[in-house]
Design a protein around this ligand. Structure first.
Ligand code: GLU
Ligand code: MG
Length: 438
Protein backbone atom coordinates (compact mmCIF):
# COMPACT_ATOMS: atom_id res chain seq x y z
CA UNK A 1 0.00 0.00 0.00
CA UNK A 2 1.18 3.55 -0.75
CA UNK A 3 2.53 5.49 2.23
CA UNK A 4 3.82 9.00 2.79
CA UNK A 5 5.66 9.27 6.13
CA UNK A 6 3.91 11.74 8.40
CA UNK A 7 5.38 13.86 11.22
CA UNK A 8 3.29 15.59 13.85
CA UNK A 9 4.13 18.82 15.72
CA UNK A 10 2.26 18.75 19.05
CA UNK A 11 1.82 20.57 22.30
CA UNK A 12 0.15 19.55 25.55
CA UNK A 13 -3.02 21.52 26.14
CA UNK A 14 -4.61 22.73 29.37
CA UNK A 15 -6.24 19.39 30.10
CA UNK A 16 -3.11 17.41 29.28
CA UNK A 17 -4.19 16.30 25.80
CA UNK A 18 -1.49 16.14 23.14
CA UNK A 19 -2.74 17.93 20.03
CA UNK A 20 -1.14 19.33 16.93
CA UNK A 21 -0.81 19.15 13.19
CA UNK A 22 1.09 16.96 10.75
CA UNK A 23 2.93 17.27 7.45
CA UNK A 24 4.86 15.01 5.09
CA UNK A 25 8.11 14.08 6.81
CA UNK A 26 10.11 15.08 3.72
CA UNK A 27 9.30 18.71 4.65
CA UNK A 28 10.79 18.31 8.11
CA UNK A 29 13.82 20.52 7.57
CA UNK A 30 11.70 23.47 6.50
CA UNK A 31 9.16 22.85 9.27
CA UNK A 32 11.83 22.62 11.97
CA UNK A 33 12.72 26.22 11.11
CA UNK A 34 9.25 27.61 10.51
CA UNK A 35 6.97 25.49 12.71
CA UNK A 36 3.34 24.94 11.79
CA UNK A 37 0.34 27.23 12.12
CA UNK A 38 -1.92 27.07 15.17
CA UNK A 39 -5.01 28.92 16.40
CA UNK A 40 -5.37 30.69 19.78
CA UNK A 41 -8.88 29.38 20.42
CA UNK A 42 -7.52 25.81 20.31
CA UNK A 43 -6.35 26.49 23.87
CA UNK A 44 -10.01 26.50 24.85
CA UNK A 45 -10.63 22.88 23.84
CA UNK A 46 -11.85 21.26 27.03
CA UNK A 47 -11.01 17.78 28.24
CA UNK A 48 -14.52 16.75 27.17
CA UNK A 49 -14.12 17.80 23.55
CA UNK A 50 -16.08 21.06 23.67
CA UNK A 51 -14.70 24.55 23.10
CA UNK A 52 -15.03 26.82 26.12
CA UNK A 53 -15.78 30.49 25.59
CA UNK A 54 -12.77 32.07 23.93
CA UNK A 55 -11.58 35.66 24.12
CA UNK A 56 -9.85 35.07 20.78
CA UNK A 57 -12.90 33.80 18.93
CA UNK A 58 -12.09 33.14 15.31
CA UNK A 59 -9.19 35.60 15.28
CA UNK A 60 -5.44 35.33 15.42
CA UNK A 61 -2.61 33.00 14.54
CA UNK A 62 0.17 31.22 16.34
CA UNK A 63 2.93 28.76 15.53
CA UNK A 64 3.77 25.42 17.06
CA UNK A 65 7.58 25.56 17.21
CA UNK A 66 9.22 22.16 17.69
CA UNK A 67 12.00 21.52 20.17
CA UNK A 68 14.45 19.28 18.24
CA UNK A 69 15.42 17.57 21.52
CA UNK A 70 11.94 16.07 21.81
CA UNK A 71 12.03 14.17 18.52
CA UNK A 72 10.23 10.83 18.67
CA UNK A 73 10.52 8.33 15.85
CA UNK A 74 9.47 4.86 16.85
CA UNK A 75 9.04 2.00 14.39
CA UNK A 76 7.08 -0.82 16.00
CA UNK A 77 8.11 -3.19 13.21
CA UNK A 78 4.58 -4.54 12.77
CA UNK A 79 3.79 -2.75 9.54
CA UNK A 80 1.91 0.11 11.23
CA UNK A 81 3.06 3.67 10.53
CA UNK A 82 5.89 4.85 12.79
CA UNK A 83 5.17 7.18 15.70
CA UNK A 84 6.77 10.39 14.52
CA UNK A 85 6.31 13.60 16.49
CA UNK A 86 7.97 16.58 18.14
CA UNK A 87 6.82 18.49 21.20
CA UNK A 88 6.47 22.22 20.64
CA UNK A 89 6.35 25.60 22.27
CA UNK A 90 3.54 27.86 21.16
CA UNK A 91 4.82 31.07 19.59
CA UNK A 92 3.26 34.26 18.35
CA UNK A 93 3.71 34.81 14.63
CA UNK A 94 6.66 37.15 15.36
CA UNK A 95 8.55 34.20 16.85
CA UNK A 96 8.29 35.15 20.53
CA UNK A 97 6.76 32.65 22.98
CA UNK A 98 2.99 33.04 23.41
CA UNK A 99 2.08 34.17 26.93
CA UNK A 100 -0.34 31.21 27.20
CA UNK A 101 2.19 28.50 26.30
CA UNK A 102 2.36 25.87 29.11
CA UNK A 103 5.87 24.68 28.15
CA UNK A 104 7.13 28.27 28.24
CA UNK A 105 5.54 28.76 31.67
CA UNK A 106 7.66 25.91 32.98
CA UNK A 107 10.84 27.24 31.34
CA UNK A 108 10.25 30.61 32.99
CA UNK A 109 9.67 29.02 36.41
CA UNK A 110 12.93 27.08 36.05
CA UNK A 111 14.76 30.24 34.97
CA UNK A 112 13.34 32.23 37.90
CA UNK A 113 14.41 29.57 40.40
CA UNK A 114 17.89 29.54 38.92
CA UNK A 115 18.22 33.33 38.72
CA UNK A 116 17.06 33.96 42.27
CA UNK A 117 18.65 31.01 44.07
CA UNK A 118 21.19 29.38 41.73
CA UNK A 119 19.21 26.16 42.17
CA UNK A 120 17.58 23.80 39.76
CA UNK A 121 15.25 20.89 40.17
CA UNK A 122 15.50 17.33 39.03
CA UNK A 123 12.13 15.71 38.70
CA UNK A 124 10.36 12.62 37.51
CA UNK A 125 6.73 11.70 37.04
CA UNK A 126 5.83 8.24 38.34
CA UNK A 127 2.84 6.96 36.36
CA UNK A 128 0.22 4.35 37.17
CA UNK A 129 -2.23 3.19 34.52
CA UNK A 130 -4.62 0.40 33.67
CA UNK A 131 -4.13 -1.79 30.58
CA UNK A 132 -7.43 -3.10 29.19
CA UNK A 133 -5.78 -6.17 27.64
CA UNK A 134 -4.24 -7.37 30.89
CA UNK A 135 -6.39 -10.52 31.40
CA UNK A 136 -6.50 -9.23 34.93
CA UNK A 137 -7.45 -11.28 37.96
CA UNK A 138 -7.95 -10.52 41.62
CA UNK A 139 -4.73 -10.52 43.63
CA UNK A 140 -2.60 -9.53 40.64
CA UNK A 141 -0.73 -6.98 42.77
CA UNK A 142 3.00 -7.25 42.05
CA UNK A 143 2.39 -10.73 40.63
CA UNK A 144 4.88 -12.23 38.22
CA UNK A 145 1.94 -13.95 36.57
CA UNK A 146 0.21 -10.60 35.99
CA UNK A 147 3.19 -9.43 33.96
CA UNK A 148 3.14 -12.71 32.01
CA UNK A 149 -0.62 -12.53 31.36
CA UNK A 150 -0.50 -9.00 30.03
CA UNK A 151 1.35 -10.47 27.10
CA UNK A 152 3.55 -8.41 24.83
CA UNK A 153 2.40 -5.06 26.23
CA UNK A 154 5.16 -4.56 28.82
CA UNK A 155 8.14 -5.44 26.64
CA UNK A 156 6.80 -3.56 23.62
CA UNK A 157 6.03 -0.51 25.76
CA UNK A 158 9.51 -0.52 27.29
CA UNK A 159 11.13 -0.91 23.86
CA UNK A 160 9.01 1.98 22.54
CA UNK A 161 10.10 4.15 25.47
CA UNK A 162 13.77 3.33 24.86
CA UNK A 163 13.37 4.09 21.14
CA UNK A 164 11.65 7.37 22.04
CA UNK A 165 14.59 8.36 24.26
CA UNK A 166 12.74 7.91 27.56
CA UNK A 167 14.95 5.90 29.93
CA UNK A 168 13.05 3.41 32.09
CA UNK A 169 13.91 2.72 35.69
CA UNK A 170 11.29 0.16 36.76
CA UNK A 171 8.08 -1.52 35.66
CA UNK A 172 5.61 -3.46 37.78
CA UNK A 173 2.10 -4.76 38.22
CA UNK A 174 0.39 -2.41 40.70
CA UNK A 175 -2.41 -3.00 43.23
CA UNK A 176 -5.55 -2.89 41.09
CA UNK A 177 -6.38 -5.56 38.51
CA UNK A 178 -4.78 -4.58 35.19
CA UNK A 179 -2.91 -1.69 36.82
CA UNK A 180 0.78 -1.19 36.06
CA UNK A 181 3.39 1.38 37.01
CA UNK A 182 6.41 2.68 35.18
CA UNK A 183 9.14 4.91 36.60
CA UNK A 184 11.88 6.86 34.86
CA UNK A 185 15.00 8.44 36.38
CA UNK A 186 15.00 12.12 37.37
CA UNK A 187 15.72 14.69 34.67
CA UNK A 188 15.81 18.46 34.57
CA UNK A 189 12.23 19.83 34.68
CA UNK A 190 11.58 20.43 30.99
CA UNK A 191 12.97 17.04 29.99
CA UNK A 192 11.00 15.39 32.82
CA UNK A 193 7.72 16.87 31.54
CA UNK A 194 8.54 15.99 27.93
CA UNK A 195 9.29 12.44 29.09
CA UNK A 196 5.95 12.29 30.95
CA UNK A 197 4.10 13.32 27.79
CA UNK A 198 6.00 10.91 25.55
CA UNK A 199 5.61 8.08 28.07
CA UNK A 200 1.81 8.29 27.99
CA UNK A 201 1.81 8.49 24.20
CA UNK A 202 4.04 5.41 23.94
CA UNK A 203 1.70 3.51 26.28
CA UNK A 204 -1.25 4.45 24.07
CA UNK A 205 0.73 3.70 20.90
CA UNK A 206 1.64 0.25 22.21
CA UNK A 207 -1.86 -0.62 23.39
CA UNK A 208 -3.38 0.52 20.09
CA UNK A 209 -1.06 -1.81 18.17
CA UNK A 210 -2.22 -4.66 20.40
CA UNK A 211 -5.87 -3.84 19.66
CA UNK A 212 -6.33 -2.65 23.21
CA UNK A 213 -6.16 0.53 25.26
CA UNK A 214 -4.65 2.03 28.40
CA UNK A 215 -6.12 4.55 30.78
CA UNK A 216 -4.19 6.90 33.06
CA UNK A 217 -7.45 8.27 34.50
CA UNK A 218 -7.20 8.72 38.29
CA UNK A 219 -10.17 6.40 38.96
CA UNK A 220 -11.77 3.84 36.67
CA UNK A 221 -14.60 3.09 39.09
CA UNK A 222 -15.81 4.85 42.22
CA UNK A 223 -14.99 1.87 44.41
CA UNK A 224 -11.81 0.75 42.67
CA UNK A 225 -8.25 1.91 43.24
CA UNK A 226 -6.68 5.06 41.89
CA UNK A 227 -3.93 5.71 39.40
CA UNK A 228 -1.72 8.52 40.56
CA UNK A 229 1.05 10.57 39.05
CA UNK A 230 3.59 11.06 41.80
CA UNK A 231 5.90 13.97 41.10
CA UNK A 232 9.35 13.37 42.58
CA UNK A 233 11.79 16.25 42.89
CA UNK A 234 15.10 17.26 44.44
CA UNK A 235 17.21 20.43 44.44
CA UNK A 236 20.65 20.79 42.87
CA UNK A 237 23.15 23.63 42.76
CA UNK A 238 25.01 25.10 39.80
CA UNK A 239 27.99 22.83 40.33
CA UNK A 240 25.67 19.85 39.88
CA UNK A 241 25.73 18.89 43.56
CA UNK A 242 22.61 17.79 45.43
CA UNK A 243 21.37 20.23 48.08
CA UNK A 244 18.13 18.68 49.36
CA UNK A 245 19.85 16.73 52.08
CA UNK A 246 21.66 17.81 55.25
CA UNK A 247 22.65 15.12 57.71
CA UNK A 248 21.99 17.53 60.59
CA UNK A 249 18.66 18.82 59.22
CA UNK A 250 15.27 17.63 60.47
CA UNK A 251 14.78 14.16 58.96
CA UNK A 252 17.76 14.89 56.74
CA UNK A 253 16.12 17.87 55.01
CA UNK A 254 18.43 20.81 54.29
CA UNK A 255 17.35 24.34 55.24
CA UNK A 256 16.95 25.33 51.59
CA UNK A 257 14.87 22.27 50.73
CA UNK A 258 12.86 22.93 53.91
CA UNK A 259 11.98 26.44 52.72
CA UNK A 260 11.10 25.08 49.28
CA UNK A 261 8.78 22.48 50.84
CA UNK A 262 7.29 25.08 53.19
CA UNK A 263 6.31 27.18 50.17
CA UNK A 264 4.61 24.19 48.57
CA UNK A 265 2.78 23.31 51.80
CA UNK A 266 1.55 26.88 52.21
CA UNK A 267 0.07 26.98 48.69
CA UNK A 268 -0.84 23.36 48.25
CA UNK A 269 -4.66 23.72 48.30
CA UNK A 270 -4.45 26.13 45.35
CA UNK A 271 -1.81 24.02 43.58
CA UNK A 272 -4.35 21.22 43.35
CA UNK A 273 -6.27 23.31 40.80
CA UNK A 274 -3.37 22.40 38.50
CA UNK A 275 -2.16 19.03 39.79
CA UNK A 276 -5.55 17.36 40.33
CA UNK A 277 -7.73 19.43 38.04
CA UNK A 278 -10.74 17.25 37.17
CA UNK A 279 -13.90 15.97 38.82
CA UNK A 280 -12.49 12.45 38.56
CA UNK A 281 -9.34 13.53 40.45
CA UNK A 282 -11.39 13.74 43.64
CA UNK A 283 -12.69 10.20 43.40
CA UNK A 284 -9.02 9.23 43.86
CA UNK A 285 -8.14 11.82 46.52
CA UNK A 286 -10.07 10.16 49.34
CA UNK A 287 -8.91 9.17 52.83
CA UNK A 288 -6.67 6.16 53.26
CA UNK A 289 -6.21 5.36 49.58
CA UNK A 290 -2.43 5.88 49.60
CA UNK A 291 -2.83 9.32 48.10
CA UNK A 292 -2.10 12.72 49.61
CA UNK A 293 -5.16 14.45 51.00
CA UNK A 294 -3.40 16.58 53.63
CA UNK A 295 -0.76 19.25 53.09
CA UNK A 296 1.62 17.44 55.41
CA UNK A 297 5.22 16.48 54.79
CA UNK A 298 5.39 12.84 55.82
CA UNK A 299 8.52 10.81 56.48
CA UNK A 300 8.25 7.77 54.22
CA UNK A 301 4.47 8.01 54.36
CA UNK A 302 2.52 7.17 51.19
CA UNK A 303 -0.52 9.03 52.47
CA UNK A 304 1.31 12.32 52.94
CA UNK A 305 0.77 15.26 50.62
CA UNK A 306 4.54 15.38 50.27
CA UNK A 307 6.51 12.28 51.09
CA UNK A 308 10.15 12.38 52.15
CA UNK A 309 11.31 9.39 50.14
CA UNK A 310 13.67 6.69 51.37
CA UNK A 311 17.31 6.44 50.37
CA UNK A 312 19.22 3.19 50.05
CA UNK A 313 22.74 2.47 51.26
CA UNK A 314 24.77 4.17 53.90
CA UNK A 315 27.24 6.56 52.33
CA UNK A 316 26.53 10.23 52.91
CA UNK A 317 27.15 10.95 49.24
CA UNK A 318 24.68 8.31 48.02
CA UNK A 319 22.08 9.57 50.50
CA UNK A 320 22.51 13.16 49.32
CA UNK A 321 22.17 12.18 45.66
CA UNK A 322 19.13 9.99 46.20
CA UNK A 323 17.33 12.26 48.66
CA UNK A 324 14.07 13.42 47.10
CA UNK A 325 10.49 14.42 47.80
CA UNK A 326 7.27 13.20 46.25
CA UNK A 327 4.19 15.35 45.59
CA UNK A 328 1.40 12.77 45.67
CA UNK A 329 -1.79 14.74 45.00
CA UNK A 330 -1.31 14.79 41.23
CA UNK A 331 -2.79 12.79 38.39
CA UNK A 332 -2.74 12.41 34.63
CA UNK A 333 -5.61 14.84 34.02
CA UNK A 334 -3.06 17.57 34.77
CA UNK A 335 -0.85 19.27 32.23
CA UNK A 336 2.61 18.27 33.55
CA UNK A 337 4.25 21.58 32.53
CA UNK A 338 1.64 23.61 34.44
CA UNK A 339 1.77 21.26 37.42
CA UNK A 340 5.55 21.38 37.76
CA UNK A 341 5.70 25.12 37.03
CA UNK A 342 3.36 25.96 39.92
CA UNK A 343 5.16 23.55 42.26
CA UNK A 344 8.48 25.25 41.43
CA UNK A 345 6.97 28.72 41.85
CA UNK A 346 5.48 27.76 45.23
CA UNK A 347 8.83 26.34 46.35
CA UNK A 348 10.58 29.48 45.16
CA UNK A 349 8.09 31.61 47.13
CA UNK A 350 9.11 29.59 50.20
CA UNK A 351 12.79 30.24 49.48
CA UNK A 352 12.16 33.94 48.83
CA UNK A 353 10.49 34.25 52.22
CA UNK A 354 13.02 32.01 53.92
CA UNK A 355 10.16 29.94 55.36
CA UNK A 356 10.86 27.27 57.93
CA UNK A 357 9.70 23.78 57.09
CA UNK A 358 6.66 22.68 59.10
CA UNK A 359 7.40 19.68 61.31
CA UNK A 360 7.11 16.53 59.21
CA UNK A 361 4.74 13.84 60.39
CA UNK A 362 6.33 10.55 61.39
CA UNK A 363 3.94 7.61 61.48
CA UNK A 364 1.07 9.96 62.29
CA UNK A 365 -2.30 10.25 60.58
CA UNK A 366 -3.39 13.91 60.32
CA UNK A 367 -6.99 12.70 60.41
CA UNK A 368 -6.45 11.50 63.97
CA UNK A 369 -5.11 14.91 65.10
CA UNK A 370 -7.29 17.61 66.62
CA UNK A 371 -7.96 20.59 64.34
CA UNK A 372 -5.85 22.72 66.70
CA UNK A 373 -2.87 20.37 66.37
CA UNK A 374 -3.20 20.33 62.61
CA UNK A 375 -3.32 24.09 62.51
CA UNK A 376 -0.30 24.41 64.77
CA UNK A 377 1.58 22.08 62.44
CA UNK A 378 0.41 23.85 59.23
CA UNK A 379 -1.48 20.78 58.05
CA UNK A 380 -4.52 21.63 55.94
CA UNK A 381 -7.07 19.24 54.49
CA UNK A 382 -6.56 19.53 50.74
CA UNK A 383 -9.61 20.33 48.61
CA UNK A 384 -12.02 17.43 48.36
CA UNK A 385 -13.63 18.49 45.09
CA UNK A 386 -12.48 20.21 41.96
CA UNK A 387 -14.72 23.16 42.80
CA UNK A 388 -12.96 23.47 46.16
CA UNK A 389 -9.57 23.36 44.39
CA UNK A 390 -10.64 26.15 42.03
CA UNK A 391 -11.97 28.13 45.02
CA UNK A 392 -8.60 27.67 46.76
CA UNK A 393 -6.93 29.05 43.64
CA UNK A 394 -9.34 31.98 43.60
CA UNK A 395 -8.41 32.70 47.24
CA UNK A 396 -4.64 32.51 46.72
CA UNK A 397 -3.33 35.63 45.00
CA UNK A 398 0.24 34.34 45.15
CA UNK A 399 -0.56 31.22 43.12
CA UNK A 400 -2.66 33.24 40.69
CA UNK A 401 0.47 35.33 40.10
CA UNK A 402 2.39 32.23 38.99
CA UNK A 403 0.66 32.46 35.60
CA UNK A 404 0.40 35.36 33.18
CA UNK A 405 -3.14 36.80 33.46
CA UNK A 406 -4.33 35.64 30.02
CA UNK A 407 -3.23 32.06 30.74
CA UNK A 408 -4.81 32.07 34.19
CA UNK A 409 -8.07 33.38 32.77
CA UNK A 410 -8.03 30.86 29.89
CA UNK A 411 -7.40 28.07 32.40
CA UNK A 412 -10.29 29.12 34.62
CA UNK A 413 -12.73 29.47 31.75
CA UNK A 414 -11.60 26.24 30.10
CA UNK A 415 -11.98 24.28 33.33
CA UNK A 416 -15.33 25.91 34.14
CA UNK A 417 -16.56 24.82 30.71
CA UNK A 418 -15.50 21.25 31.45
CA UNK A 419 -17.00 21.19 34.95
CA UNK A 420 -20.35 22.58 33.74
CA UNK A 421 -20.76 19.55 31.48
CA UNK A 422 -19.71 17.05 34.15
CA UNK A 423 -21.67 18.75 36.94
CA UNK A 424 -24.64 16.36 37.00
CA UNK A 425 -22.78 13.15 36.27
CA UNK A 426 -22.92 10.44 38.91
CA UNK A 427 -19.53 9.06 40.02
CA UNK A 428 -19.90 6.02 37.69
CA UNK A 429 -20.50 8.32 34.76
CA UNK A 430 -17.54 10.52 35.69
CA UNK A 431 -15.29 7.45 35.81
CA UNK A 432 -16.57 6.09 32.51
CA UNK A 433 -16.18 9.38 30.61
CA UNK A 434 -12.76 10.28 31.95
CA UNK A 435 -11.46 6.73 31.42
CA UNK A 436 -12.22 7.18 27.75
CA UNK A 437 -10.33 10.49 27.57
CA UNK A 438 -7.29 9.75 29.70
N1 GLU B 1 -2.34 4.13 43.48
C1 GLU B 1 -2.00 5.08 44.51
C2 GLU B 1 -2.36 6.49 44.06
O1 GLU B 1 -3.40 6.67 43.58
C3 GLU B 1 -0.54 5.01 44.88
C4 GLU B 1 -0.02 3.66 45.30
C5 GLU B 1 1.49 3.76 45.53
O2 GLU B 1 1.91 4.24 46.59
O3 GLU B 1 2.23 3.44 44.60
O4 GLU B 1 -1.65 7.45 44.17
MG1 MG C 1 2.49 3.05 42.69
Amino acid sequence: MLREPLTMFCYTDLSGAVRGKGFPSRLLEKRLKGGIGWTPTNLMFTALGTIAESVWGSFGDLTLMPDPDTRVEVEFGDGTPAERFYLCDVHDTDGTPWNCCPRTLLKEAVAALKARTGLTLRATFEHEFVYAGAHARTADNYALDAVRRHGAFGETFLAALTAAGVPVDSYLSEFAPGQFEVTVPPLEPLAACDAAVTLKEMARATAWRLDSSVSFSPRLSPDGLGSGVHIHFSLWDEAGDPVSHAASGPHGVSARAGSFLAGIVRHMPALLAFTAPSPVSYLRLVPHAWTGIWSNIGVRDREAGIRICPTFGQSEEATARQFNFEFRAADATANPYLALAVIIRAGLAGLDENLTMPDPTVGEDPEAMTPATREARSIARLPSSVDAAMAALAADATVQGFLPKPLLEAYRVNKAGEFAIARDWAPEEICRRYAEIY
